[in-house]
Each structure stands twice: as structure tokens, then as C-alpha cells.
Design a protein around this ligand. Structure first.
Ligand code: BGC
Length: 798
């Protein structure tokens, strides 16, 4: 049967039925198999809650893949994640995330690849091809202008068309035209005042008419808010289900003439085409999720971790050969493998740096030195939750076990209770040492936490205020201090749901920790001094780098800068390993001999980091400029004013001048430039020739490994248009190639520059006649060759 004959056989109601979700993660149609989706992009979580759930493989996060500069690797990762999606009984991955790292404080930068559209696009194309080659649909997201999290469900990103076309839309365009993506997710935000889910310009004019897209557009979760406006604009699927604005409302809208039958048929055709592509039309298998821990996925994740690691600084200390080392820092014994939010999953396992280094048979001592958490450490153990179907602990509906005091409640819920109309009493025992403790709670809902019958942390109604947790539905952490005796203590949480602002779920998290102070920093310095070398693991975690909350500073949290300074003073042979989802200020950098940025590299974190410290090539290059200070970033003024929002608008007033384009324009030296990353060997370029003709150009160059070890480098080509009639960046990345070479090996390579590499947007793609610069090198600040070529005028197709 063709899609057309299927549509002919479907009633209006049947067609409408497949334009919204049946459940949180599925779409159903009369007589059709169930279409299932699962979150990404660093794995496939499956249909469970954000916490817990069936285990899955945790791959490196977006910014780590960005730093690999390796589209073939992105493709392999996409392919492996497709296998993970299948293990969760799903057909569609809600990935990749390709918003642009416009600011340094966006909570979701960790999930995105780069500040540069061309690099982002190349990686996205690889990833989408990897997924779809296995028959799993990509859902490239979030279309478009979702470059910050603050008030993201109401905020308008005000972006001029030129900046959209030249920067923010490029990865989506490439995914459509080069990878043939089958799915796109609209963003939560408004674009120039209109919700993207209602933007006919974006979803129909640009996407379908200009780019020729034939896949589906689905809303972000609860990001579709209307009936006729979304359907008419081009939004095929409202998610999640059950429907809020479609179903009977859409049938009525057709009857009232607000939506045409033709439009509904077109949206339904798009949905059927997707179902045919992923094989779900006839997939009537029962939904089964399994944990599929494959050795080949383990190996790929470990390799990708090293490929994304960026060696920022090294005066010869790395790679290490020392056998007696001190592992210092709050991220030493804790595996920081992923960011927070919908990209979270329950990993098969997580290797900490301490474990990874010990597995090499080294003699390792350890001290945390300080904390870097945003919230007190989550309480884990055996707890029992009584769930009541009212908000006053009246009707007991179910009693369920919990293995931590974090809960994420959305339907189906225990006892069938409603996530916005229930209460819960959670009890258990915690065992502590003697001394001062901090008990913290944050919740999307109202919560009181008692220890041994005493109310310690109170976020109940009246005390609760909206904060920056749980996708902006939760309060900031409320902490109570308490002196405890050593031994067991009874804990009780009383939780009462509250009406949701935007997203209909409830959640809570309760943690208990001990304050750390000067003594712990001194102890860490002492241990460092006693070792042959110290490795300090500092950074952030998914509590900071998370969906739903932007950062308020790019200084390392807590007392980590002090800890680093103290250890550097105690032992000059100190390596700093950073794990963050973006740049941080590094006041101690002049004293540090070696700094490695390892991001959140997935479940093999500790092994991959240990590999690099002991000799595996750190072949990552920065996909985002690291500024010396946050105030150097183009969005700084807005970032600061934006809390609580500039009247609901984020103005992209820097236009196309983001990232390295901005630092070039302002003449600001960054801490580490875009494209930067050291190798354990060295490279040179020679005999570089730039040729131009027929509106295209090419760079041919010889790359030589001039050092003594096998290693990798990334050749980068930047184009400038100094004679342009509009302000254009001094240079923009237009092509790159990653190469692995043996010691002494040379390879001659050619990089192509298509006509678009010379164009800017002015009611269409325009190449102006005149001279262009073509610079070739190893980073935005390490350019080894410059040529000037002349191009003729042309207008290019959209
Ligand atoms: C996120 C999406 C995600 C969806 C489903 C939203 O909060 O923005 O990226 O796919 O939730 O979990």
C-alpha cells in the first residue's frame, strides 16, 4: 500500500490520531504498529523515568564529540546509539542536539557540539547518517534559537535572518540536505516573537520550501500550545501524549474551517512516511527494553573519550610515566560521565578517574580536597514511598520502593496517581558519621524533610519559591544544617504536588553532605607533596551543566581554584584535568605545567582519561573558544541582565559575530583559541597551494608528523572576505580534516571550498566579486599559510 492509499482509507479522526502522542514516548494509530521514541543524544535512555530505568550505554556528550572534529567517529557513535535505541524497543532517537554554543553559560552547551556552524553541521551529518543507516530516525533539535535555558518555554530569541541563515540554521540545513534527516524537533522558545512550533516561516518556508524537507517536525515536550496555529504552520506531531490541543479539538478545528482537510492529510502523510521509514507501521511487538552492554560499545566509548580530550597546555609533563601518584580533587573518585536533564540515562557502569588509574596498577593516594557540587550529595539506599491520590495524605494508592531520594514522577505513576495532584511519604534510614551535616532538598512540588522527627529542610507551600531546577519547575535547594551523632537516623520526606507552570510532572531530590574546609585543602596539598606527581580532577557535573538552568559564572564552583593553587604550590609536577561542559576561567594557569580538558566522556570516563595521561594521543581540539574571562564573551552583557529576563527577549545583537568571530573583531586574546589542542607529537604544513575557479576553491597542502610518536592533527581552513560590502567576520571555518600520521610521515591532502564558503546572506546567498583570504593552519590562532584569491559575483540557490 502506498501512503496515499493508506490516507484514502483513513477517516479524518484516524489521520488526526497520529498527529499527537499516545503516551509520553509513543504514537499510535488505528491498525498501525506503535512508534516509539527515546531521548538522546549521548545514548538511548528508553521509556523509563529520567532516573533509574533500564541500563544503557553512556556515550560522550555533545561537546566532547565536538572536540573530536571527527565526523566519521560521530557516524560510528550514531550507529552504535541506533543499536541502543533498538535495545529500548524504540524507532526514533531524539537527537542530535545542534544548537550553537553562543554564550559560555548556556546550561545545555555540553549537549551541543560547537560554537561553529560548519563543524556542528559536519558532526551532525555524521551522527544522523549513523543512526539512519541502521533504520533509526534522528530528530535533530532544537529548531531553532534555543541557545539558552532561562525561561526557555516563553523566551523569544530575537535573531535577524542573516544570523539565522549563516549560523544557527546551518546544522539543520546540512542534516536535511546532506544526511536526509527524517525528524526535526521544534524548540520551546519563540523566534522573533512567534513560538517555533507555530512559525510557518521556519517550519514551512525555510524547512520545506527552501530546503525540500520531507520528514516530520515534532514539538519539544509540551512545547506545542495551540491547535490550528501549530498544524497550519507545519508542526506534524504534538508531543508528548495524550494530546492536549489536537484529537477532538483538531477535528473540530477542521469542521470550523480553521484547518483544511488537505493540511491534516499532509501532516498525516509525513507521519506515515516516518513510520514506513523506521518500520513501525507493522511493528506490533510488545514493548520490551533490555540492557545491551556490548564490548564493542565499551571500546568505542573509550576511544571516543580520548579522541575528544583536549590537551590545553603541556610543558613536557605529559604523558606521565610516574608510578606513585596522588589523585586529588572532587572529581577524582566520582565518575563525571554526562550532563543533566533529558540527556541523562542510567549507565551500564561509570568508571571514575581513581578507578581508571588504579586499574593500570599504579600506586595511588587520594584526597577530594573540597566539594564542587551544586546540591548536597543525593541520598541512596533503601526507601519506601507511600503514594496518596490526593494532596493531603488521605487515600493511600500504592506503596513502592525507592533506591534513592531522587524521584521524577510522570505518567504512568504508581497507583495511577496524577503527577500534579498527589502526595507522598517517603521513609528510610541513613547512617552517618558524627558531626555537622547539611541536609538539602529541591523539588518540583512542596517538600519537608525530617531527620529523627525534626524538620531540617523545609520547602513546603509558603516557603517554596521558583528556582532553577527540574526544567524550571523546581525550587533552588533549601539546606538545613544539623549536628548528628554517629549511627543510624530516621529520614522522612513529606511531598505534596503542586500545579505545574508548564510541564506536567513532579520531582524531588534530597541530599546529605558534610561541609569541607581549610583542613581538607591542606590535607590534599600534603598528599600531593608526598607523591611523584599529582593529578587534580576538578570541574563541574551534570548538576551545573544541565538542561533547564544556565550557569551564573564560569569560575570553577566551590573552592576548587584554591585547591588547584594549593596543590600546584605543593608539587610542581601537577596535571590539572578539567571536566566541564564548556570554558572555565583558570586563574592558576601560569603555574600549571599541564592542563587536560576531558569533558563528560561517558561511562568509560576514568579509563579514557587514564589512557591519555599515560600516552594515548589526546586528539581533541576545542570546538568552543575558551575566553580568559566571562566578560570577554559576546553575550556577557545579556547573560548578566537576563536574570530574570530582558522582558522575555534574548537579543542576538552580536549578529554573526559569535565565538572566534567575536574575539577577532574585538581584538581580544582568548585563553585558548577555537581549534586549539596540543598533541604528544608535532606537525607541520608545507607546499600549500590554493587554487580557485568556477566559483569554488581548494587548498592542497602537505601535512607532516615532525615528532617521534604517532599522533593526530586537525588541518583547518578559514575564509575571509575583507572587501565585503557588509560587515563580515575576519575569518570563518569552512573546511577541515583530521589526520593520523606516523612519526616522520607526510600526507598530501586537498580540502574543497564549495561556492557557499564565500557567500553571505542578503535575501539569498550572495558572493560578491573581489578578493578573499584563505588561511590554513592548526587553530584559529595558529594559521600557517595565507593566500588571497579572487572570486566573481554570483547568487547561489537556497
Ligand atoms: C528537551 C528535549 C527532550 C524532551 C524529551 C525536553 O525537555 O528539551 O531535548 O528530547 O524533553 O525528554
Amino acid at each position: 500500500m502506498t501512503i496515499e492509499t493508506m490516507l484514502d482509507a483513513m477517516s479524518l479522526e484516524d489521520q488526526v490520531h497520529i498527529l499527537s502522542g499516545a503516551s509520553f514516548w509513543s504514537v499510535e494509530g488505528a491498525g498501525l504498529g506503535t512508534l516509539r521514541v527515546t531521548d538522546g543524544p549521548n545514548g538511548a535512555r528508553g521509556g523509563g523515568s529520567l532516573v533509574g530505568g533500564v541500563k544503557s550505554a553512556a556515550f560522550p556528550v555533545g561537546i566532547a564529540i565536538g572536540a573530536t572534529w571527527n565526523p566519521e567517529l560521530a557516524q560510528k557513535i550514531g550507529q552504535a546509539i541506533a543499536q541502543e535505541v533498538k535495545s529500548k524497543g524504540a524507532h526514533v532517537s531524539l537527537a542530535p542536539t545542534v544548537n550553537i554554543q553562543r554564550s559560555v553559560t548556556n546550561g545545555r552547551n555540553f549537549e551541543c557540539y560547537s560554537e561553529d556552524p560548519i563543524l556542528t553541521a559536519a558532526l551532525a551529518v555524521g551522527y544522523v547518517k549513523g543512526l539512519q543507516g541502521e533504520g533509526i530516525s534522528a530528530t535533530i533539535k532544537h529548531f531553532a534559537g534555543n541557545e539558552s535555558e532561562i525561561e526557555r518555554t516563553t523566551m523569544s530569541s530575537d535573531i535577524d535572518e542573516r544570523s539565522l541563515r549563516e549560523v544557527y540554521l546551518i546544522p539543520f540545513e546540512a542534516a536535511v540536505k546532506e544526511a536526509g534527516t527524517w525528524g526535526i524537533m521544534s524548540s520551546y522558545n519563540r523566534l522573533n516573537g512567534t513560538y517555533t512550533a507555530e512559525s510557518e516561516w521556519l517550519l514551512t518556508k525555510v524547512l520545506r520550501e527552501d530546503w525540500g524537507y520531507d520528514g516530520i517536525v515534532m514539538s519539544d515536550w509540551f512545547g506545542s500550545r495551540t491547535t490550528a496555529p501549530t498544524v497550519n504552520a507545519g508542526l506534524d506531531l504534538e508531543m508528548p501524549g495524550p494530546t492536549r490541543d489536537r484529537g477532538a479539538k483538531l477535528v473540530q478545528a477542521v469542521k470550523d474551517g480553521l484547518v483544511s482537510r488537505e493540511t491534516v492529510r499532509e501532516r498525516a502523510a509525513n507521519m506515515l512516511r516516518l513510520m514506513a521509514r523506521v518500520g513501525s507501521l507493522t511493528d506490533h511487538r510488545a514493548h520490551v527494553e533490555v540492557a545491551d552492554d556490548r564490548p564493542e560499545h565499551r571500546a568505542l566509548i573509550r576511544r571516543a573519550g580520548a579522541e575528544g580530550a583536549v590537551l590545553l597546555k603541556n610543558d613536557g609533563l605529559l604523558p606521565l610515566s610516574e608510578q606513585r601518584i596522588a589523585v586529588i580533587g572532587p572529581n577524582g573518585a566520582v565518575a563525571q560521565i554526562m550532563g543533566g536533564g533529558s540527556a541523562q540515562l542510567n549507565p551500564h557502569y561509570a568508571v571514575s578517574p581513581l578507578e581508571g588509574l588504579r586499574a593500570r596498577g599504579l600506586d595511588v593516594t587520594h584526597a577530594a580536597g573540597c566539594t564542587n557540587h551544586r546540591f548536597e550529595p543525593l541520598l541512596q539506599g533503601v526507601f519506601t514511598a507511600e503514594m496518596y491520590s490526593d494532596r493531603s495524605f488521605g487515600n493511600l494508592a500504592a506503596t513502592v520502593p525507592m533506591d534513592s531520594l531522587m524521584a521524577f514522577w510522570f505518567p504512568p505513576m504508581p497507583g495511577g496517581v496524577d503527577p500534579v495532584n498527589f502526595s507522598a511519604r517517603i521513609r528510610g534510614t541513613v547512617t552517618t558519621e558524627a558531626g555537622l551535616h547539611r541536609l538539602g532538598v529541591y523539588a518540583a512540588g512542596f517538600a519537608k524533610v525530617f531527620l529523627d522527627g525534626n524538620l531540617i529542610a523545609d520547602a513546603s507551600e509558603g516557603k517554596w519559591t521558583k528556582g532553577r531546577t527540574f526544567f524550571e519547575e523546581g525550587c533552588d535547594e533549601v539546606v538545613g544544617e544539623v549536628n548528628l551523632t554517629a549511627g543510624a537516623h530516621e529520614i522522612l520526606v513529606e511531598f505534596v504536588s503542586k500545579p505545574s507552570d508548564n510541564l506536567a510532572f513532579a520531582a524531588m531530590s534530597v541530599g546529605l553532605g558534610r561541609p569541607m574546609g581549610d583542613a581538607e585543602i591542606a590535607e590534599a596539598a600534603r598528599i600531593a607533596a608526598d607523591a611523584e606527581c599529582a593529578v587534580v580532577f576538578v570541574g563541574r557535573s551534570g548538576e551545573w551543566d544541565t538542561e533547564g538552568s544556565d550557569l551564573q559564572t564560569i569560575r570553577l564552583p566551590g573552592r576548587q581554584d584554591e585547591l588547584v593553587a594549593a596543590v600546584l604550590k605543593a608539587n610542581a609536577n601537577t596535571v590539572i584535568v578539567l571536566q566541564t561542559g564548556g570554558p572555565v576561567e583558570m586563574p592558576w594557569l601560569p603555574q600549571a605545567r599541564a592542563v587536560l580538558q576531558a569533558w563528560y566522556p561517558g561511562q568509560e570516563a576514568g579509563n579514557a582519561i587514564a589512557d591519555v595521561l599515560y600516552g594515548a594521543e589526546p586528539s581533541g581540539r576545542l570546538a568552543q573558544t575558551f575566553p580568559k574571562l566571562w566578560s570577554h564573551n559576546p553575550t556577557h552583557s545579556q547573560d548578566q541582565e537576563i536574570y530574570p529576563g530582558l522582558n522575555g527577549h534574548v537579543r542576538y545583537e552580536e549578529g554573526v559575530f559569535i565565538g572566534y568571530r567575536h574575539y577577532d573583531k574585538q581584538g581580544i586574546d582568548p585563553l585558548f583559541p577555537f581549534g586549539h589542542g596540543l598533541s604528544y607529537t608535532s606537525f607541520d604544513l608545507s607546499d600549500t597551494v590554493v587554487a580557485a575557479g568556477n566559483g569554488r576553491a581548494s587548498v592542497t597542502t602537505t601535512v607532516t608528523n615532525t615528532g617521534a610518536r604517532r599522533g593526530a592533527t586537525v588541518v583547518q581552513v578559514y575564509v575571509g572576505d575583507p572587501q565585503a560590502s557588509v560587515p563580515r567576520p575576519a575569518k570563518e571555518l569552512k573546511s577541515f580534516a583530521k589526520l593520523w600520521l606516523d612519526p616522520g610521515e607526510s600526507r598530501r591532502i586537498t580540502l574543497d571550498l564549495a561556492p557557499r564558503a564565500f557567500a553571505f546572506w542578503q535575501d539569498g546567498w550572495v558572493v560578491e566579486a573581489g578578493e578573499f583570504t584563505v588561511q590554513t593552519g592548526f587553530s584559529a590562532a595558529d594559521l600557517r599559510h595565507t593566500a588571497t584569491i579572487t572570486m566573481g559575483a554570483s547568487r547561489l540557490p537556497v
